[in-house]
Design a protein around this ligand. Structure first.
Ligand SMILES: [Zn+2]
Length: 326
């Protein structure tokens, strides 16, 4: 029974050709993402770049350029390939699903956004147009350059706080996904002297500390929005090498080596905050996860066997989010 339901829920890719977009990686045609009776339009990219569709000489130049770029990346950006480079279409699928999971799990509401680093264009990233995360489809995904400008000019409105993403990708080659949310339970820890610390195994990545971004230190009195490069840079400096930073009176930013890990971290950051509030209310000293314990828990987290690790929870959250979206 459970197996049949799962099979019925499994989404099918259905070719659709009524519109197309241009991403820097090449021509993108629309494909439908069918879930039950609902079809969400999603773009799928082809691997042949437009600029390689001319003469043989152009193709040869492209091949030489690609080899040179690959050689450069192998030396200069090796940490950025901590995960296997995913197929662009599959990555966009995960990005759309991430938006829905984060909404369904209460990490984002009408605000908040999630991005993934472009798998082949250095410095670029993919993120939805300005839209509530729970409504994002493939058609809403745009490509941004390293300065957070949409690659395709004249498009739809974009998120004001996209500079959070561009400035973190600029200084963190290990980061493949960035989430900014107004995750409600973390906000009290950004405005009080009580530090957010891991007390549950699932949030051991928060060890040994979670920095708090205080925008007044770099920009004085503001509207608290990270809506320009300078503010994004200041936030990225406070984040440092951490996976999570709180933003005073605002929310948090969570990063990861994959969009699935980033989503997991964002959800368990919110859960840990709830648990810590409960522990504080019980009174007395709290025994947090020790840094040594946290290091042991995080070690090998990505090398989990089939049925364990982030994919297990991802599949569950995805099923729940798609079911709720029908
Ligand atoms: Zn915000």
């Amino acid at each position: 029974m459970r197996g049949r339901r799962r099979t019925a829920r499994r989404a099918a890719l259905v070719p659709r050709t009524r519109s197309s977009h241009d991403l820097a990686a090449g021509t993108v045609a629309n494909f439908g993402f069918q879930s039950g009776t609902r079809i969400i339009n999603l773009p799928v990219s082809f691997s042949i770049p437009k600029f390689a569709q001319g003469s043989l000489r152009m193709i040869a130049n492209f091949a030489i350029g690609t080899l040179a770029l690959a050689a450069l990346l192998s030396c200069a950006a090796a940490p950025a390939r901590a995960q296997t480079t995913p197929d662009l279409a599959a990555l966009i699928d995960d990005l759309v699903v991430a938006n829905h999971i984060l909404y369904h799990q209460g990490v984002v509401d009408g605000f908040g956004h999630v991005s993934v680093r472009h798998p082949t264009v250095p410095g670029h990233f993919l993120m939805a147009r300005a839209l509530a995360p729970g409504r994002v489809t493939r058609d809403d995904i745009l490509e941004f350059d390293a300065d957070a400008r949409p690659v395709k000019a004249g498009g739809p409105p974009v998120y004001a706080e996209r500079f959070i993403h561009s400035e973190i990708y600029r200084v963190r080659p290990d980061v493949m996904a960035v989430i900014h949310s107004h995750s409600p339970t973390v906000i009290p820890f950004s405005v009080t002297q009580t530090k957010l610390q891991p007390l549950a195994t699932t949030a051991s990545f928060l060890s040994p500390s979670v920095p708090v971004f205080e925008m007044r230190q770099s920009a004085g009195m503001t509207n608290l929005l990270v809506d320009d490069t300078a503010r994004g840079k200041a936030l990225a400096e406070v984040l440092g090498a951490h996976p999570v930073a709180l933003m005073r009176g605002h929310g948090d930013v969570v990063v990861g080596p994959s969009v699935r890990r980033a989503v997991s971290r964002a959800i368990y950051t919110e859960i840990n905050a709830r648990l810590e509030l409960q522990a504080v209310m019980l009174g007395g000293p709290i025994t947090f996860i020790a840094p040594e314990e946290a290091a042991l828990m995080e070690k090998g987290r990505d090398a989990a066997q089939e049925g364990h690790g982030a994919n297990r929870t991802w599949d569950m959250w995805k099923d729940e989010a798609l079911r709720a979206a029908r």
